[in-house]
Design a protein. Structure first.
Length: 373
């Protein structure tokens, strides 16, 4: 391969204002053969000069044609630099405009007191505003806190503040991740506040952080500002959006399990176990070598029903991506597997032909299509 003819140290310059015209190409050919320029060649000559195709001597002598490949490489290099700058500007433009819009909207919200949403990035300001909003609660306070257990500092601040709200007649409900049942401080917090009127529930599935006060204001996490600091939040006062936040909270609340602060020893099931009788029966059948279809026939449920119950097991054990094999292994080492008395009693309580439950010892019959959901 031959060496590149691109200039290595060509000086930077502005891009030509237009592409080479046919007249410019024709003029370059005439100059290369020694023919002079004429009065009509002014525009074509300017194009050749802009492209670096000719040199114009200061003494007014005839223009000197320059190597076209080197000139073209120089223009191409400048065009690439220009294109990169324009591309970077276009890529950065949406983020810059979004931040400007947020700053504008925030200033207008604070200045005019209009309703809508307000972005807060400073952690100290967020905490101060949340404290003021909670202190203003008069009828209802809802909180969903998925980001781990409470700290001792949060508990020391929260006990007098929330007790004061309860004494004002505020109805108080709090949703936590199921893992807080293992945390000493959060258990102490819940066991302290539950007798005073706070209702607690926990949920194994993921959920979003939100605080809702009197159905008039909601505080949510930030998903808008790129690279916002941790702890940034939005104060929502739009009536429709606050109502939507409460609706979402109520859906998660209905799926959650009541909790009064009792601590769960890690590795042990809470009182009553996490799994239903049917879920235990499904896992037992799978651990004995049944396929999912076989287990469904054995327990007289549809395959779809069986798969839904396995999804509930994944949620209860906080293993959303677990395979059936992983669930079966977890079952084999689970304390719930040891609840033999309860399982045996349930087995004896079923008669042939009853609904979903443990199988009755009888000869196998051909599988029939299930009418279950």
């Amino acid at each position: 391969m031959g060496e590149s003819t691109a200039p290595k140290d060509a000086p930077g310059r502005a891009l030509p204002g237009q592409a080479l015209s046919a007249a410019a190409v024709d003029l370059y050919g005439r100059l290369s053969t020694g023919r002079p320029t004429g009065p009509a060649d002014g525009e074509a000559l300017e194009q050749l000069r802009a492209w670096g195709m000719v040199a114009l001597p200061e003494d007014g002598a005839r223009p000197v044609p320059l190597p076209p490949t080197a000139a073209a490489w120089s223009v191409a290099r400048e065009a690439l630099v220009h294109l990169q700058e324009q591309t970077r500007m276009l890529m950065e433009l949406p983020g810059a405009v979004e931040q400007l819009n947020l700053a504008f909207a925030q200033s207008r919200t604070r200045a005019a007191g209009t309703t809508g949403s307000e972005f807060l990035s400073d952690r100290a300001e967020v905490n101060e505003r949340i404290g003021a909003i909670l202190a203003s609660a008069r009828s209802e306070l809802l909180g969903a806190h998925p980001h781990g257990p409470r700290t001792r500092e949060q508990m020391d601040i929260g006990v007098p503040r929330d007790t004061a709200a309860l004494e004002r007649g505020v109805r108080y409900r709090t949703l936590y991740q199921d893992a807080v049942r293992d945390d000493v401080v959060t258990c102490e917090w819940a066991s302290t506040m539950a007798p005073r009127g706070v209702h607690f529930r926990t949920l194994a599935d993921p959920f979003e952080r939100v605080v809702i006060v009197d159905e008039r204001v909601a505080i949510i996490s930030d998903y808008v500002v790129p690279e916002a600091p941790e702890g940034a939040a939005w104060i929502i006062t739009d009536r429709a959006m606050v109502a939507f936040c409460k609706h979402a909270f109520e859906q998660e609340w209905r799926r959650a399990s009541p909790w009064h602060g009792q601590r769960r020893v890690r590795g042990q099931s809470p009182e009553g176990g996490l799994l239903s009788q049917l879920q235990r029966a499904i896992l037992r059948a799978l651990s004995e070598g049944e396929t999912q279809d076989g287990a469904a026939r054995r327990l007289q449920v549809s395959t779809r029903k069986l798969q839904r119950e396995l999804d509930l097991v994944r949620a209860a054990w906080a293993l959303p991506q677990a395979t059936v094999a992983q669930l079966t292994f977890r079952w084999a080492t689970s304390p719930e597997r040891e609840a033999t008395r309860e399982k045996a009693a349930w087995r004896r309580s079923l008669a042939p032909g009853d609904g979903p439950g443990l199988p009755v010892n009888r000869p196998a019959t051909p599988a029939r299509p299930s009418s279950g959901p």
